[in-house]
Design a protein around this ligand. Sequence first.
Ligand SMILES: [Zn+2]
Length: 344
Amino acid sequence: MSSKNGVPFRQKLVGAWNYGAKCPYAMDADSATIHETDNDASANNEVSYMIGNTDQVSYHVAIDENEAVQGIPFNRNTWNAGDGGSGHGNRKSISFEICRNYNQSQGTNITGTQLEQYKKAKANAIKVIAQIMLEQGIPANTSTVKSHYDRSGKNCPSKMRNDGQWIAFRDAVIKEYNRLKGGGSSSSGGMKPNPKPLKDGKIGDTVKVYNALYRDSLGAVKSTAKRGKQGKIKRIVGNSKKYLVEDWGWAHPNDIQLVKRASSGSTSKPSNSKTKTVTIDKLNVYTSQSLSSPIVKTASGYRILKKGTKVKVTATANNGQSVHGSKNWSEVDGWGWVPSVYLK
Ligand SMILES: [Zn+2]
């Protein structure tokens, strides 16, 4: 089980089929937007509901008294803030829903067990929001930690606002961020912060490992064995440790520095990604353009596509390992690479 600053954390990400409704735009966030759900659902149920319907309503992470659950990748936008199609909250912020405030927006008071659940959810949220802002390279301050109300005037987070607690909550997130940044359990592990984190890395870029690499993109199993070594970025995903360096491990932007940009031409993003269909019974998705590279891991095993699966080609390369005479490879759904000959 992964965790964020001591709070259990897991992903239950929306399928690519529903990106159009939930997170149509790529995003490089510079702030956070904070909400309360105004109901009694758990974080798990809240996210299941959100990713399973096609309403244009979405958020990145829900937090309850037990855990935090992520429903949308941090590099995609969400429709959370009510500030319009190009609003800052909707297009440039990571959005958080704090669960279990019950029906506070209609003035219902909560006591006893319900109040305890809410208080714990709120305490967990302070830890999780601070940690995610740190990991995503977003400084926490009064200009970046915003409420739904700040974005568009809705009475949300409603219980905090009704209780006069929003400013105290915001300041607690900033204080926790500063504590983490000052040493705590930050990803720099006591080292001097990387002066040149790589925020805009591309596949094929040569990078130097400044600090640690991780076995998976959620940050499991940290290793500093490759510190100082140079290698190439093989894959980029939406998690906090977003860059796969060679087959060594996954790096946060703070863990690597750019040495040399990829030469253009070998890998390209299609101007509009094409939907294709898998033509063989089982198609492994690889971490790079080679049959000997690792197969992409998922929460429950390996990413292997069945015949007939529809995928979006998110990048192409023309210099991969030759398969049936073709060196063309396709990146599918932003996950990893398959020989293009197995798609039609
Ligand atoms: Zn809200």
